[in-house]
Design a protein around this ligand. Sequence first.
Ligand SMILES: [Zn+2]
Ligand SMILES: [Zn+2]
Length: 446
Amino acid sequence: MKIRVALPEVEILEIYGDLIIGGKRYDEAKIISLETESIKSKYAIFKTSDTGKVFGRFYKRRWELVDIVDDLGSAHRLAEKIRGEYRTWIEGWGGNLKVITLKGHWIVDSPLRIRSGGKIKIKSIVVGRGFHWERKEDLVFLGDFDIYAWGKDVRAVNIIEMEDYISSVIGSEMHPDAPLEALKAQAVAARTNLIRTAQSHHPSEPFDICSEDHCQVYLGLKKVSHETLRASSETRGLILTYDGNPIEARYSKCCGGITERFSVVWGGEDPPYSTNRYDADIDKCADASSEEGFLKLIDFEDAFCNLEFKGIENLYRWRVEYDEKELNDLVRRFYDINEVKSLIPLRRGNSGRIYELKIESDKGELVLQNEFKIRRVLGKPFLPSSAFKVDKRNGKFVLVGCGWGHGVGMCQMGSIGMALKGYNYPDILKHYYPHTQLSLYAEELP
Ligand SMILES: [Zn+2]
Ligand SMILES: [Zn+2]
């Protein structure tokens, strides 16, 4: 079964690979030399069957003919250096697409199907958009692409076999050296999320799921390892169901000690498999929704997710300090105030996550009613979670918090902790998604 995964939109899409565009194969650009002078101006000597040797210039994102040349010796040496780098640029062109290759440029309708003989590399993809780890990476993908004109930008949609996608998501969402049983639990959660999310997150868009944190992170072949391939093949086609339907298999980095319920984060009703529980082998769950209960949770140390693993940032407990000016500046990015006087939690979920926070300011009171918004307004650019207490000391606001992410469903650090303690993936999934069943997705049945 093939699925469609959208990468973030970009102004200009830069693609490398052995490509077939509109039936023409673009590994035949016959470039025999390329010298780079600067990003905006590149020179090349290349040859085509009809024009012979040509000296060209890459200028303002298009190639233009400059002169005929004879020096083939140095041209061949330079050609060796750039072998395999067949580049194509695509940009929006008034609702259509402008495709620029070494052979010239032309305008095509959107979407444009690009097929590959093997792998396709896309340059400078934004990873972790809006988070503190935001960066740009060159990523390599299997499968074909549909390229869409997307407002002023372009957007690439990768068309890929489901299990190839899952093998990458496992390593993109979890440390690739995590124990196999944790990778397998991640495989089932990611596959379930794909099936369920494909029906709800992007209903009117021409793809099933996006490659960012909004749906689930997908970074192509770079995150595929022997172990992630094994985790996807040993759980092939398996998803979690409740009453025969795929569940909302949410997961986040670290619950902080107690998992959170769906309704606290996204509102609505809680599905039967979304409960609060200690991330530990303890049946009865404490209540951290009161201030007193939350202080007790801060001292709770025996959670599966309280561990150091392969250099993953441990945010089981964290601490952030702001002086008054810093906090005022943070809140002022969103609201018209001068000075924050106090931060008062009004409502917490059972995991301690605040979902109603009062901000008292010189211009009156504000109430933030969403854990994500609370993390955004008080973070640079995000607080790890909304499970925190606030102490005001010596003119400073000190936030001491628990966990990383929304805390609903599977705790990824906790699943690593469970696997290290010898639990297998069905145990892990049962712990985080109680009352659910492992089922074979119907599309995978013969
Ligand atoms: Zn999405
Ligand atoms: Zn946890």
